[in-house]
Design a protein around this ligand. Structure first.
Ligand SMILES: Nc1ncnc2c1ncn2[C@@H]1O[C@H](COP(=O)(O)OP(=O)(O)O)[C@@H](O)[C@H]1O
Ligand SMILES: [Mg+2]
Length: 574
């Protein structure tokens, strides 16, 4: 991929503030997911500027119309670039440094950060220093590498996007009958009918682009449900042309009268197959930005369309950016080497973009756990709990506490982190990755058992790190006041469940399972070792838990905080 290792960042652009945002990597397929108004289109808008000679931004694009945007490109220095600055045959006048290339070669592969003044003029902000030069205290070397050469390096810093052709399809689009004109294709679908018509009708155009290339591609995407026999066009009385598709064994249908899903596919294929010919450029010189292709496309069709684009991108090296609010694509492409998922979210009208790649995809852990990437990305907020029984109790408490206002699946999603997932992370470095997964959706909270046997026992080290990780991200951490979640259980509920008039209150640090297992009918001996039994017990106990008996220890305060958080995630006034 020609953009490998290129990172593009910007700040103060539209809904993005002075925090650097952008792309940690450019992959073949770049899926940008986020809700409406989260900033997806704005993220793509930056390419308009990146491909241009001159980086001047219109004032309307300044963040809050006040702050001027800047673009940075970070990339690793290549031998080609370095050789032009650190010339092999040149030596310094003072003779101390000897052959420039002797030092210059040390910079191969080092990360350089540059701020764009214009598309082909960059100012180097910083360059990672090679260990060999860092170790050499010679002031002349410092001088040479920190100033003059780096300045020169900035002037020839490569912006791989400069001069590229940007082809974008907007979310709002349509294909309608059109007269024969010379107008180019526009990103709302205007001109698509005309260009297809011209390729089919004009002697100077090659009709096989439509009746072979586009038709074959169309069938690759629509089969097995539909097979199209031909694409042709006819002129109406008013002089307007109409595109017709005919299906095997059926009468032909007018494109303008068919579903918007079919129109979307035709428009995408026109971009891929006709646009390069019109612009007289190779596909590799294009950057494609397709917005919300899922509109009116059946999920299976959407998958096949994206799959087709994925292959085109790999074959020709043109990056394709797709914005979507569909979760259909996340699970498939989060596990794919040459694609990435970028999550755009907005808080207080300021957007941020995070690459999901590093933690969600590389580590297969989520697959192991039956957690789909879309669960984390798509729900309004996630509450991480240790296991299934915790989830059952928590859902009951939240429902009772809010008189049924807040519901799992609608306002939040519980996801398990306990047991197997923790066992994937033994060392502290890997534990950071765990925290990354858990805090990936910025709307997150975590509930954990304190496991305290006495008031003075502390959390174990993994939980301590988890807690710190959440707190660093300003996310809510609820550590049970008692030993475990079961220490919150009301004795009335247990008594009712086992058919007694009363049982004693569980002590704060008492081991619920040890004390109650022998008396609880469902559990008996296997209770301690069989996790499923814990959930069965939880399911049987929860109907007995209600507002009148549930508030013990710090439960009320914690539920107040948590429910407040959930309301905030959902924009619900309390
Ligand atoms: N110059 C600007 N300063 C601040 N916010 C802006 C600016 N221009 C646009 N926005 C806001 O950016 C938000 C994101 O828009 P957009 O990128 O179109 O979202 P999406 O494509 O995810 O639906 C909109 O709410 C819009 O009002
Ligand atoms: Mg948009």
């Amino acid at each position: 991929m020609q953009y490998q290792g290129v990172r593009v960042y910007f700040k103060n652009y539209k809904c993005f503030d002075e925090k650097l945002a952008g792309f940690d990597d450019i992959k073949n397929l770049n899926i940008i997911i986020g809700r409406n108004n989260s900033g997806k289109s704005s993220l793509l808008d930056i390419f308009k500027h990146l491909i241009q000679e001159d980086f001047s931004f219109p004032e309307a694009s300044y963040h809050l119309k006040k702050h001027e945007p800047t673009i940075e490109i970070h990339r690793n220095l290549t031998q080609n670039v370095l050789e032009t600055v650190f010339q092999k045959r040149r030596t310094s006048s003072d003779g101390i440094l000897g052959n420039h290339w002797h030092y210059g070669k040390e910079y191969i592969g080092k990360l350089a950060k540059a701020e764009g003044v214009s598309s082909n003029n960059y100012q180097i902000i910083s360059v990672q220093k090679p260990a060999t030069i860092d170790a050499n205290p010679n002031p002349h070397i410092e001088e040479l590498y920190d100033t003059s050469h780096l300045r020169k390096l900035g002037a020839i810093f490569e912006n791989p996007f400069a001069g590229k052709e940007l082809a974008r399809i907007h979310a709002e689009r349509d294909i309608v009958p059109e007269p024969d004109t010379n107008t180019a294709i526009q990103n709302n679908g205007t001109g698509v009918t005309n260009i297809i018509q011209r390729y089919l009708n004009k002697v100077e155009k090659n009709s096989s682009v439509v009746d072979e290339d586009i038709l074959n591609a169309l069938n690759t995407i629509f089969e097995p449900e539909f097979t199209f026999k031909s694409i042709h066009c006819q002129q109406k009385d008013n002089g307007y042309w109409e595109i017709y598709l005919s299906e095997e064994g059926k009468t032909h249908i007018a494109l303008s009268l068919s579903g918007s899903g079919l129109k979307t596919v035709i428009m995408v294929l026109t971009y891929i197959h006709i646009l390069p010919k019109e612009k007289k450029k190779k596909l590799s010189e294009f950057i494609f930005c397709f917005e919300e292709l899922e509109n009116n496309l059946h999920p299976a069709l959407l998958r096949r369309l994206i799959n087709y684009l994925h292959h085109i991108s790999i074959e020709h090296g043109c990056p394709i950016f797709i914005t979507t609010h569909s979760n259909v694509l996340i699970d498939q492409y989060s596990a794919c080497e040459d694609s990435q998922i970028i999550h755009v979210s907005s808080k207080n009208n300021v957007s941020s973009a995070t690459t999901a790649k590093t933690y969600i995809c590389n580590c297969n852990i989520l697959d192991d756990l039956d957690i789909r990437a879309s669960d984390i990305l798509q729900s309004n907020g996630v509450i991480w709990v240790e296991g299934p029984s915790d989830r059952i109790y928590l859902n009951r408490w939240i429902a009772e506490h809010t008189n049924g206002q807040l519901q799992e699946g609608l306002h939040y999603q519980c996801i398990y982190y306990g047991g197997r997932i923790l066992s994937h992370f033994d060392t502290s470095t890997e534990n950071n990755e765990l925290i990354n997964i858990l805090t990936f959706n910025r709307n997150a909270a975590i509930l954990m058992d304190s496991d305290k046997k006495t008031s003075s026992t502390g959390l174990n080290s993994t939980k301590k790190r988890l807690k710190a990780g959440f707190e660093e991200n300003s996310l809510m951490v609820w550590v049970t006041k008692g030993k475990e979640i079961e220490n919150y259980l009301p004795p009335e509920a247990i008594a009712k469940h086992i058919g007694k008039t009363s049982v004693k209150q569980i002590e704060t640090y008492e081991d619920f399972h040890e004390s109650y297992a022998p008396t609880l009918s469902v559990t008996r001996k296997s209770y301690m070792t069989n996790k499923a039994k814990k959930s069965i017990l939880a399911e049987r106990l929860t109907p007995e838990i209600n507002q009148t008996n549930m508030y013990t220890l710090d439960l009320e305060k914690q539920l107040n905080d948590l429910c407040q958080q959930i309301r905030q995630w959902n924009g619900i006034e309390s």
